[in-house]
Design a protein around this ligand. Sequence first.
Ligand code: SAH
Length: 215
Amino acid sequence: MRLRNVPGSRDVIAESPYTIKDETSHKGKWNEIFGNDNPIYIEIGMGKGKFIMELARLHPENNYVGIEKYSSVLVRALEKQEEEQLPNIYFIRMEAEYIADVFDKDEVSGIYLNFSDPWPKDRHAKRRLTSVQFLERYEKILKKEGHVIFKTDNRDLFDFSLEQVEEAANWKLLNHTFDLHNSEYVEGNVMTEYETKFVEKGNPICRMDIIQKES
Ligand code: SAH
């Protein structure tokens, strides 16, 4: 994500009715925020939020939480939400490392990771959102039958992610493709901002769908 500072974006986030500020105090009680018991899906690293807002529009029967660490991109999602006022989506500005402080066990029905930062240096591997360390955090919040769906055009990051799923004690690969847009999994695919850009450039998009092993 291009890091352009948007002046005042922190204030906008602090004042918006669509952002959750005290995110850890809603752990186990997110149904109160939404006012219903519908399933909650999250996107970690949502950028400007095009993907998750499209899901929220398509699926009023679900709830969505968009998570992003940078205010200057999150603020773009808030601008759209100001106009649309979708009732089933909220946003949090936070670092994903602390995700298990925000949601309780089984509180999340699915996790989307789209075009996550590659962290190419080996010593930063733990920061990749598909590392074993992150998969263990997801186990703490995701329902047993919940999926983690990851898309990227970065083949190195994707290969690393396949290895991590293999290595992780509690995860298994349901399906994957190295070329989403020429595969059966493209049906119903919702494009992200990065995906649109990379597809235009002709980059193949990799996608994996993983779930927890039955214990
Ligand atoms: N999902 C969007 C944006 C992809 S860029 C799309 O597909 O178009 C990756 C985004 O993830 C960036 O906006 C970055 O700030 C955010 N991000 C990366 N690591 C994160 C982390 N650990 N916690 C929260 N957000 C993160």
